[in-house]
Design a protein. Structure first.
Length: 227
């Protein structure tokens, strides 16, 4: 089983994972994908304690990066290849799915592209609580394009933290006001919306649970199985 959910912010929004764990329906052969703002790799001094909530889970925890991540710490892990794409292996059951990669999991192809804009960065401190690496760079964008070409620009699923600028017009997102303003990361994702054939696109970031249309779902507290 492959499940996907929204931001966890370390342990702040961990309860949704605790709930599915209590149901005892997942095992080591199952996967939970967190759509950015994992937040478990945040403070080097408390890293083991912060990750302990996740290491005790019996299933695989996969996550893409959001905007609220410690990118200095996250990028200090060596790059490995896992299920066809580049990853940072944080723990045996915790893996960071890097930007612009296509993974094959249970015969499903999944394109991952993390990153987003922190609208509160004006009150954060660089390399302490904010990192400019939250915005994808040109190399990551081009690598994503190259990897998708290998699959004929067709995948089963797309999982991102932010979303393309066109989707921001969906009224379900407007209840969050200025979070619906289009930033650089939204325009970057426009390319994938315009050029990639996919079955469904899941994203986090906007702190809302809503199926926007037949092909896009925003996630926060909900935990859903890939359609």
């Amino acid at each position: 089983m492959i499940l996907v959910t929204g931001d966890t912010h370390g342990t702040i929004d961990y309860n949704k994972i605790k709930v599915i764990h209590n149901y005892n329906i997942l095992s080591k052969n199952d996967y939970l994908i967190i759509a950015g703002d994992f937040g478990g790799v945040w403070n080097k001094n408390t890293l083991e304690r912060d990750l302990s909530y996740y290491t005790k889970l019996p299933f695989m925890v996969l996550f893409i990066d959001g905007n609220h991540e410690n990118f200095d710490l996250l990028n200090s892990y060596p790059i490995s290849i896992w299920n066809g794409g580049k990853v940072h292996i944080i723990k045996d059951n915790i893996i960071h799915l890097m930007r612009g990669q296509v993974f094959t999991i249970e015969d499903k192809t999944i394109f991952t592209f993390g990153g987003g804009t922190s609208i509160d960065k004006y009150r954060r401190e660089e390399h302490i609580s904010w990192w400019k690496d939250e915005i994808p760079n040109k190399e990551e964008i081009e690598e994503g394009k190259r990897n998708l070409l290998k699959y004929g620009n067709k995948v089963d699923y797309i999982i991102t933290h932010s979303i393309d600028s066109m989707t921001l017009y969906n009224p379900a997102l407007y209840i969050y006001g200025n979070k619906c303003e289009a930033f650089e990361d939204n325009f970057i994702l426009d390319y994938f919306e315009e050029n990639i054939e996919y079955k469904h696109w899941y994203f986090g970031h906007y702190h809302i649970d809503a199926k926007l249309n037949d092909k896009k779902t925003a996630l926060y507290n909900n935990v859903v199985e890939l359609e």
